[in-house]
Design a protein around this ligand. Structure first.
Ligand SMILES: Nc1nc2c(ncn2[C@@H]2O[C@H](COP(=O)(O)OP(=O)(O)OP(=O)(O)O)[C@@H](O)[C@H]2O)c(=O)[nH]1
Ligand SMILES: [Mg+2]
Length: 299
């Protein structure tokens, strides 16, 4: 149960304890959590999506970015979403090590999401939590997710600026880029640029952007996250994207996609799966059974 008012006050004042309580209530779908979410007053705080294959250096990069932003006096929230649940515990432990210097820092709030949301997949909980964080006086919200299949597209749909983190020797990543990453990336980060071929790989991506007439929409930045190199270039690239004309388009897209996902999640919740299953068991015994006709009664 949420005692809404004190939590609301705490959240708006940026109190981490109140935030943690609110997050648990939202994750557990507590009775009052919807009323609470509806009462929030989110500000237009930028959400930076950070995606890319496992081990590309996303958490190390986030840790390096946080350092510079914290020095500028900014308050940062990090939400890590790992859709590959079997490995999740490991991933959380990894993040705890990579970002350990920030876990107790008063300007940094870090939270890992243990599982996908109930009905709406990755997004219904993620949308709710990012909205919550946007109501709590942060300057930036970072959303990390491992890019496996759909998740990078889902993250991009929530983010104002999407970073796709790749590593030089990633031959297969080129294939991945062709199948969708190209569309979601605003900034390609070639991390682990201490490795040979990094420059060639970055040039290759740049070339692809030129071929796709996408040089206005996306840029390429090289980093060595583990040595905190290239971080200022990346921060500049993020700021530049935030100010570009494409940014307004992506804001509209983000809002439409949020609305669609919330509507779908709510519609799903109205369905009584058990009743459908019972009706289905009966109908399937009929010779005239037709799935389209059957489904229509629930539209
Ligand atoms: N050589 C080199 N190693 C790096 C660099 N950045 C990160 N690493 C190392 O790469 C490994 C993976 O880094 P993470 O930051 O955990 O990568 P991640 O993308 O967050 O991984 P997942 O969250 O598990 O997908 C760690 O051992 C890092 O120390 C870099 O620029 N150069
Ligand atoms: Mg990570």
């Amino acid at each position: 149960m949420l005692t809404i008012e004190p939590i609301q006050k705490g959240v708006s004042e940026g109190n981490f304890f109140a935030l943690a309580k609110a997050i648990s209530a939202i994750e557990n779908r507590d009775k009052d959590s919807i009323t609470f979410l509806e009462s929030l007053k989110p500000a237009a705080i930028p959400i930076i999506g950070i995606t890319g294959p496992p081990g590309a250096g996303k958490s190390t990069l986030i840790s390096a970015l946080i350092q510079d932003w914290v020095e500028e006096g900014k308050r940062i929230a990090v939400l890590s979403v790992d859709p590959s649940s079997p490995f999740h515990q490991g991933a959380i432990l990894g993040d705890r090590i990579r970002m350990r210097e920030w876990y107790l820092h008063p300007q940094v709030f870090i939270r890992s999401l243990a599982s996908r949301g109930h009905l709406g997949g990755l997004n219904s909980t993620t949308i709710e939590l990012t909205t919550l964080l946007q109501s709590s006086g942060f300057d930036l919200i970072l959303l990390e997710t491992v890019g496996v299949g759909q998740s990078e597209v889902e993250v991009a749909a929530l983010a104002d600026t999407t970073l796709v983190v790749l590593v030089p020797e990633a031959g297969d990543d080129i294939q991945m880029m062709k199948s969708g990453l190209m569309e979601v990336a605003n900034i390609f980060v070639v991390n682990k640029s201490d490795r040979p071929d990094a420059k060639a790989f970055a040039t290759h991506i740049q070339q692809m952007l030129i071929e796709n007439h996408a040089t206005e929409k996306a840029t390429v930045v090289q980093t060595i996250a583990s040595q905190k190199e290239g971080i200022q270039d990346l921060i500049k690239a993020i700021a530049k994207h935030q100010q570009s004309e494409y940014h307004f388009d992506s804001k509209k897209r983000v809002m439409l996609s949020k609305a669609m996902q919330l509507i779908v999640a709510s519609k799903m919740q109205q369905l009584d799966e058990k009743a459908i299953q019972e009706a289905l068991t009966k109908s399937m015994q009929l010779d005239s059974f037709n799935i389209f006709e059957f489904s229509k009664q629930f539209f």
